[in-house]
Design a protein around this ligand. Sequence first.
Ligand code: ARG
Ligand code: ZN
Length: 467
Amino acid sequence: MSARWITGSVLLALALTACSGKAGVPPAAPYAAPGATSAGDPLMPGGGDGGYDVQHYDLDLRITPGGRPALAGTATITATATQALSRFNMDLTGLNVGKVTVGGVPATYTRTPGKLVVTPPKPIARGRFTVGVAYSGTPRAVNDHTLGRYGWIRTGDGIFTGDEPDGAHTWFPSNDHPSDKATFGFRITVPSGLNAVANGRLTGTSKSATSVTYSWQARDPMATYLAMVDVGRFKVRSGRTPGGVPVYVAVDPAVDADGLAALYDQTVKVTDAWAKLFGPYPFDSTGAVVDDAPVQFALETQTRPEYVAAMAAIPTVVAHELSHQWFGDSVTVTRWSDIWLNEGFATYAEWMWGEREDPRDTVQHQFDGRYAQTRSDDLWKVPPAAPGRTGLFGRSVYERGAMTLHALRKKVGDQRFFAILRAWTAEHRYGNATTPQFIALAQQVSGMDLHRLFQVWLYDQGRPVNW
Ligand code: ARG
Ligand code: ZN
């Protein structure tokens, strides 16, 4: 499942095939070449891989939070080769790799920074293949000077994973770029007394004398940065929203003794409210996880956002993370520079939730307050659709992104605005999309020329004045 926009090695393979044709040698079999060594995303240099498209990750992991190693397991990856492959890369940082197999047959591999390079004994033909990677180690959190701390993080009684944008490959081998979405299965074995929460539906638990195994299935396509495993002691409440969506909320009672009921209710309310406004809820479950990871963010992990206790208690934060289930999770960016398609939309949802709770706290008021800031560096210097790596999760992406949507709403009117949002979530459900695709859709649904509006709000420096 992917929408890749740069396929250097495919071009190379075509060029080579053409040459052998010229020399009069009929190309007996498609020429096998190495897969591209990155997804070609300028904001995440080196991240992601080419030549194949992952369909499914099956992660069978034993997690011992205080142990060394803390993690041991096998990743079985089903993918489609989009070219004949002599070798291919997967993203993987740290950890020890044991056996690697391709189609069940042992393959050789090397490690380069951030990569596992796999060479199968015979080239892989175009089409379906499987890779098995046995590995172990103690993953390390990423500490980035602009993106902060993320990835695999120790909590008081377990571990938390919050991977946006590229922390996933510190704990499982993957094509760690949002353009390659896949379904996931998790089998997480933890010491007795601990719980393991992941994305999707809990499909089974089994016990041994010293451990418990939790199986989770995420049956809808998911970007790697939205995959999550959270291990610890949890109080759990499950049920169903009035709209019919299964709910699973897990809260670590040591960090939030009595927040469970309120968070459960807020999750139910928001899930159903957004389904009315944005289109049917995209996934087979909703929920939340609250833990004590020392991170500065909440994260819209698919079907089950992650919060620290202080954030879980804020209704607009829950409204923000759940809106991402439509904007970000179901409709996913193809490249990181379009991140306003996630954060601008989720911030706008946050403003709309605020207005529902307190009609005096209007969206217009949120817009006006920011527009009045004539000298706000980040807002007017950083164009939300070209934020660069340092602006990826900065104010312009979130706030000027949301202001862009408000400017659009005022221009086209409420009815057309919400029709655009619903068309967006329907047309790109479970897929990937870009800013130009959003602009094209907005123009198509409204029948209006919106070129200038998007130009000044998304791409130009400076505070927009006429649109
Ligand atoms: N997507 C998250 C949100 O809803 C932000 C994630 C930030 N990631 C990071 N490494 N700082 O706001
Ligand atoms: Zn967000």
